[in-house]
Ligand binder design. Structure first.
Ligand code: IMP
Length: 498
């Protein structure tokens, strides 16, 4: 006989609905905050907070560098997938961290370099403006594409075509982007070199980037104004992968595993915390309180919960393991709150797998999750790493599970190949730009929070009242008893998508 048999069925997110609380007049959408901790941070460091409660899943068809950049700009984070070589993943992290968000460390050229040589660097890097630095490292001028014509000046030297320092507006010792912006606006120029007191170049600020920054008020960055980067790691090559990712200034790592309640996972956490105590580690996935205790006692700073619910997941069918995500969140957040009252340490919970619509996000947050991880939602966006295809006159993007045969190919010959798959490969309907989709999703989350009478996620945890719905009331919640014409099928599809 089994050690324990639980007779109550486990529940999914779609089985719950929120009941209203009193909505106060001050609870306008602008006054509702979606800020939430990415990981537990003793010093409350700003970069360890998300401004929106959404992250993209560590999957080949979801989270590459482009998603990492756009999502961090919009207040969330992409978990860059680890089912690729260490070098390829490190390159993605580098791309995110080097993204020009404010102060840029530019590629420089020497005064005695020929224009031809500089032109080659321009072609190689794609940059059109270069600061000119002498042998002592002092800033002596700027050269941009307007200062030469390659057909005429190829043999000339940079110093003969550059704009010299005396004719350039620059800032000295500026660390505040707003101050840099003020100077740029006054200068009428498109670029502002920032020098240190000795006259050496510290960085450059481009007007285009500042405009970008002002358009992204929720952006998450580190103290050096670089975008935040989160990377998944596996339990096989972590001793090589983590140092390589750190070399590129990764901010947080997340162990990618369908079952996080394992000694392998503990090995990664112990090793990483020992060698890199400043680097927060996210663990998971777990689905019960024992798994939660195991991971936090091993030293994780956030925990992913969920097993068997992902849209591409066949784990439940293949192995008979898993749990409805709602029940998982309820059980684990109970234990998380207990752990908090015992230790004062608040471990964020990430609801992962099967969060398909905005209403699922709100229910997951209300039940106790601090943010949600989604694969399918983000796979549909322009910024996911896949190419669009047209199927039956519909624009689609491919989406496949990390446990599918397609995703497993990268590790052939590297590790023991699994004898069976835990994921499938399919298509999702292309949805357009991330920022447009997020706008609607976030508006709906805020509207639900207003209905509940709360202004932030902590209040939602404390005050939400939820109720299980019957199958009939789910039916009643959709359009019924009216004629929807030929759009009927489309409408149903649309609803699960949004
Ligand atoms: P979705 O948001 O419902 O598409 O689920 C995405 C989540 O499914 C990921 O964050 C993983 O936790 C999980 N997942 C990814 N690939 C697989 C797989 O091949 N099998 C089972 N679960 C998977």
């Amino acid at each position: 006989m089994a050690k324990k048999i639980i007779d109550d069925p486990s529940r999914t997110l779609m089985e719950y609905r929120l009941l209203p609380g009193l909505t106060k007049k001050k609870q306008s959408p602008e006054n509702i905050s979606l800020r939430t901790p990415l990981v537990y941070s003793e010093k409350n460091e700003k970069k360890y907070f998300l401004n929106i409660p959404l992250v993209s899943a560590a999957m080949q068809s979801v989270s590459g560098a482009e998603m990492g950049i756009e999502l961090a700009k919009l207040g969330g984070a992409a978990f860059i997938f680890c089912s690729q070589s260490i070098a390829a993943q490190a390159k993605m992290i580098r791309k995110i961290k080097m993204h020009k968000a404010g102060f840029v460390k530019p590629k420089t050229v020497l005064p005695n370099m020929s224009i031809q040589k500089m032109f080659e660097i321009r072609k190689e890097t794609g940059y059109s403006t270069f600061p000119v630095i002498d042998e002592k490292g002092l800033f002596v001028g700027l050269i941009s594409k307007w200062d030469y014509d390659i057909s005429l000046h190829a043999k000339a030297l940079v110093k003969n075509r550059m704009i010299p320092k005396k004719d350039i507006e620059f800032g000295t010792n500026i660390e505040d982007l707003k101050e840099a912006n003020r100077l740029l606006l006054e200068s009428h120029k498109s670029v502002l070199p920032i020098l240190d007191k000795q006259g050496k170049l510290s960085s450059m600020v481009f007007r285009k980037d500042i405009n970008d920054l002002l358009n992204f008020p929720l952006e998450i960055h580190d103290k050096k104004k670089r975008l935040i980067a989160v990377a998944a790691v596996n339990t096989h090559d972590f001793k090589k992968r983590i140092p390589a990712l750190l070399q590129e200034n990764v901010d947080v790592i997340s162990i990618d595993s369908s079952d996080g309640f394992t000694e392998y996972q503990k090995d990664v956490i112990t090793w990483s915390n020992h060698h890199f105590p400043e680097l927060p580690v996210i663990g998971g996935n777990i689905i019960n309180k024992e798994g939660f205790r195991f991971l936090v006692e091993a030293g994780v700073k956030a925990v992913k919960v969920g097993m068997g619910g992902g849209s591409i997941c066949i784990t439940q069918e293949q192995k008979g393991t898993g749990r409805g995500l709602a029940t998982t969140i309820i059980k684990v957040s109970e234990e998380r709150d207990k752990y908090f009252s015992e230790t004062g340490i608040y471990i964020p919970l990430i609801a992962d797998g099967g969060v398909t619509s905005t209403k699922d996000v709100t229910v997951a947050l209300a039940l106790g999750a601090d943010y949600v991880m989604m694969g399918r939602y983000f796979a549909r966006m322009e910024e996911s790493p896949t190419d669009k295809v047209v199927v039956n006159n519909r624009v689609m993007k491919p989406y496949w599970g990390e446990g599918s045969a397609r995703a497993q190919k990268w590790k052939e010959k590297r590790y023991n190949q699994a004898k069976f798959v835990e994921g499938v490969e399919g298509m999702v309907e292309y949805a357009g730009r991330l920022r447009d989709n997020l706008e609607e999703t976030l508006a709906k989350i805020k509207a639900a929070m207003r209905t509940c009478g709360v202004t932030n996620i902590t209040e939602l945890h404390q005050q939400a009242v939820l109720e299980i719905v019957s199958a009939l009331s789910i039916r009643e919640g959709k359009p019924h008893d009216i004629y929807l014409g030929t759009e009927n099928h489309e409408q149903e599809h649309h609803e699960t998508t949004k």
